[in-house]
Ligand binder design. Structure first.
Ligand SMILES: [Zn+2]
Length: 216
């Protein structure tokens, strides 16, 4: 396949160096197998932001980049300071799992993030009378009831069947069939929880502070 044809495909991915979602600039004719193309591409920001070349694997079937190297570092310290550190560490690890196609890892870590958010915000309300933390679906309901998340976000979280709807036994954890798309949805939903509960309110508070400073 010629470079021109590769350029006409969906070769958009997140640049691991600058973090932007970009359409790669192929630097050579791709190497082709029956279902994939392998090539080195440049981020469009490469001249002004020191973005290094990226090795990418493109999949014909779904018209998308399925893997690339280097994997973004997703360091916890790069996540917003309003998020408690232990939660940042888990979420950053979930992102690293996502880019390594470790989808069960994504689900497990995202469940842990939501549980930690709920315990952080709901305190005693996150536990039953025997001091046991409620199951994830119940915690999500409580976050909605206490006004931390919208009805929309609650319902979307409940729709993701691998997310919170699992029993007490390992064989009921629903992880056997997690696929890329669902892992991506779960990462996205988890981020929406983090934003709604920590980042958004923090930013609103900062804006208010600035406005009051201007007045005085
Ligand atoms: Zn870049």
């Amino acid at each position: 396949m010629a470079i021109k044809e590769l350029e006409s495909r969906n070769i958009t991915t997140q640049c691991p160096h600058c973090g932007d979602t970009v359409t790669l600039i192929p630097t050579h004719t791709p190497i082709q197998s029956h279902d994939h193309l392998y090539f080195v591409g440049l981020c469009p920001n490469h001249s002004n932001r020191h973005c290094r070349p990226i090795f990418a694997v493109y999949e014909f079937l779904n018209d998308r980049i399925t893997s690339r190297y280097p994997i973004p570092s997703f360091d916890a310290s790069n996540l917003h300071e309003s998020i408690p550190e232990s939660i940042r560490l888990d979420y950053a690890e979930a992102r690293r799992c996502q880019y390594s196609s470790a989808f069960k890892g994504v689900v497990v870590l995202c469940r842990r993030v939501i549980e930690a958010i709920a315990c952080n915000k709901l305190q005693d309300k996150s536990k039953d009378e025997k001091e046991r933390t409620f199951k994830l679906f119940k915690l999500i309901d409580l976050l909605k009831d206490e006004g931390y998340i919208t009805l929309d976000l609650k319902e979307t979280a409940h729709e993701l069947r691998h997310f919170g709807n699992y029993g007490a036994h390992m064989q009921d954890d629903g992880l056997d069939s997690v696929e890329r798309d669902e892992a991506n949805d779960i990462i996205e939903i988890t981020w929406q929880f983090l934003y709604a509960i920590f980042v958004g309110p923090y930013k609103t508070k900062e804006l208010k502070k600035k406005r009051l400073e201007k007045k005085s």
